[in-house]
Write a protein that binds this ligand. Structure first.
Ligand SMILES: C[S@@+](CC[C@H](N)C(=O)[O-])C[C@H]1O[C@@H](n2cnc3c(N)ncnc32)[C@H](O)[C@@H]1O
Length: 226
């Protein structure tokens, strides 16, 4: 197999056959057509997708979408595109979209690496959020980590000048890798000396509150495109 093909087969996720709750399944069927944008190997028209011009933030790997929905709810003036491969999470976020009456959130259910490679125009985003990406803690799995030089360079290119990249992790060794990779990227500048204070828009997750009580760390990184 060529190096190119071999590399493409390394994914940052393993699709789990998670159970769909009945509410999630219903949300997927009823709201999917309105809020899910199909993956396509061509540029996405964000203006058409949201029906307006507004600041645009993309979130990679939103999980069950708790932070995503909270942030979109309290920033209705901004449009959010969430990318996630795990279907029950997509169903859960669609359910929240309905409960909160959100109109500023859309979802792509697909590998974010491919979405960024094909669907997002250069210099088109105001911000990118990646909260608690899978740490792949075994050394032999580190190659699956999302935060690698080539992907970070791609993310940076998709940001407008002055746009931000915000990462958070509770895994110290991954935090260090993030800091190294982001600091080495010539397109990006750190907004802090090293790690950044948690921006107020990122809600504390339940699991994070518990971790902090137990003395575990959480590290935020906030860089801007030059
Ligand atoms: C550890 S979870 C964190 C979820 C959420 N951000 C949170 O803070 O609770 C990481 C999530 O990223 C998703 N993920 C990993 N790689 C991805 C990729 N390449 N594209 C889309 N989603 C991805 C996984 O499916 C998983 O739901």
């Amino acid at each position: 197999m060529s190096e190119h093909l071999r590399q493409r087969s390394i994914r940052s996720f393993v699709l789990r056959a998670g159970r769909m709750g009945s509410g999630q399944a219903r949300a997927l069927a009823e709201l999917g057509p309105r809020f899910l944008l199909p993956y396509q190997p061509g540029l996405l028209d964000l203006h058409a997708a949201f029906g307006r011009e507004a600041p645009r933030i993309v979130e990679i790997g939103f999980g069950m979408g708790h932070a995503t929905a909270t942030i979109a709810d309290s920033h209705r003036e901004t449009d959010y595109l969430g990318i996630e491969v795990h279907e029950p999470g997509v169903g859960a976020l669609l359910k929240r979209i309905e409960e909160l009456g959100l109109d500023n959130l859309r979802i792509v259910q697909h590998d974010a690496v491919e979405v960024f490679n094909h669907m997002i125009a250069d210099a088109s985003l105001d911000g990118i959020h990646i909260f608690f990406p899978d740490p792949w803690h075994k050394k032999r799995h580190h190659k699956r980590r999302l935060i690698q030089p080539a992907f970070v360079a791609l993310l940076a290119r998709k940001l407008k000048h002055g746009g931000y990249l915000h990462l958070a992790t509770d895994w110290e060794d991954y935090a260090q890798q993030m800091l190294e990779v982001l600091s080495a990227d010539q397109q990006l500048a750190n907004t802090a000396d090293t790690y950044a204070p948690r921006p107020e828009y990122r809600p504390l997750t339940k699991f994070e509150q518990r971790g902090l009580r137990l003395g575990h760390g959480v590290w935020d990184l906030l860089f801007r495109r030059r």
